[in-house]
Design a protein around this ligand. Structure first.
Ligand code: TYM
Length: 329
């Protein structure tokens, strides 16, 4: 049987090249040999404050982007998390099976809560909701970037614990974290992950950036001392990051790019990289514009939610029966 694949992206900030190379690009590849569910996780987005109008726009933008990068709604189920109530329901049921200590150790929580006076309970219990997303569909594989590794681990722990206590209920999922592209770093600091929330927009390429913005950002990207385009993640982390972007976006090997730029300077290399990224993003951007104007996006999301619900309801019924809850399933 085809494996079940599930993944999600938060509709916050502008989607970056990191999100694309670490996640979206793999979603597109995985959809062909799997029964796949790709979700816009708006319930996760509201664990930190969001402007309602902006949130709505970002949900539709992200849906149009899912389609523009090549997800096919005929074969992949595309939907918004809050349109399928079972996510919140299972989120609660799993919160009652996860411990405060486990949640306090989550690095994403620690990073996001650091220095803030008002941290929501939702930010703390975020991993239980993410586990619910994955376990609702009896998922086998979860394509994500490296920063989500700890979330996949806790999902597995929760599922194993639940099965041991209440009998076989959940499939135990595995992360699908590819070697290249799983951790794209900032253009201004190769020790930090490229992120939507970095206050410096020059630290990231956004999928909506114009060709000029892309050229400028790469030309200003930090490089390392010394000359020569060589792949050495330890000693030349900035160049290694640019090489990784170049290789993953063009589906070429790092070695072939290193050979191409042998004896040439960083300037040439960064120009070539900029043009490769522009050429890759241009058709995505033009599809995005026409999808966003077409008005089809909402219909596709509602059809997706309908399909997702069928599967989610089966799991919720089984979970409730196994825990001993309620009167009808
Ligand atoms: P989010 O929205 O922060 O990121 C979406 C995806 O992009 C990947 N990613 C990166 N990959 C490589 N390099 C980077 N610099 C980079 N930045 C982000 C992330 O690893 C992720 O795969 N908690 C999740 C959302 C979520 C989810 C789920 C994911 C909620 N429920 C269920 C999978 C399954 C998150 O915050 O992703």
């Amino acid at each position: 049987m085809a494996p079940i694949v599930f993944s999600g992206i938060q509709p916050t900030g502008q989607i970056t090249l990191g999100n694309y190379l670490g996640a979206l690009k793999h979603f597109v590849k995985a959809q062909h040999d799997a029964q796949s569910y790709y979700c816009i996780v708006d319930l996760h987005a509201i664990t930190v404050p969001q402007d309602p109008k902006e949130l709505k726009t970002r949900i539709l933008d992200l849906a149009a982007l899912y389609l523009a990068v090549g997800l096919d709604p005929q074969i992949a189920t595309l939907f918004v998390q809050s349109d399928v109530k079972e996510h919140a329901e299972l989120g609660w049921l799993l919160q009652c099976n996860v411990h405060m200590g486990e949640l306090s150790r989550m690095t994403q929580y620690k990073e996001k809560a650091e220095g803030k006076d008002a941290v929501t309970v939702g930010l703390f219990t975020y991993p239980a909701l993410m586990a619910a997303d994955i376990l609702l569909y009896q998922t086998n594989l979860v394509p994500v970037g490296e920063d989500q590794k700890q979330h996949i681990e806790i999902t597995r722990d929760i599922a194993l614990r639940f099965n041991a206590r209440f009998g076989d209920t959940f499939t135990i999922p595995e992360g699908m974290i590819t070697k290249e592209g799983a951790r794209i770093m900032s253009l201004d600091d190769p020790t930090k992950k490229m992120s939507k929330s970095n206050p410096n927009p020059a630290s990231r390429i956004e999928l909506s950036d114009t060709p000029d913005e892309i050229r400028k950002k790469f030309s200003r990207a930090v490089t390392d001392s010394g000359r020569g385009v060589t792949f050495d993640p330890e000693k030349k982390a900035a160049v290694a990051n640019l090489l990784t972007i170049y290789a993953t976006i063009t589906d070429r090997s790092i070695e072939s790019i290193v050979n191409e730029y042998e004896g040439r300077g960083y300037g040439d290399f960064k120009k070539g990289l900029g043009e490769a990224v522009i050429a890759h993003l241009e058709p995505i951007q033009s599809r995005f514009q026409s999808l966003r104007q077409s008005g089809d996006v909402v219909d596709i999301l509602q059809e997706g939610a309908h399909r997702a619900r069928e599967s989610a309801q089966k799991t919720i019924d089984l979970v409730k029966r196994n825990i001993g809850l309620g009167t009808y399933y």
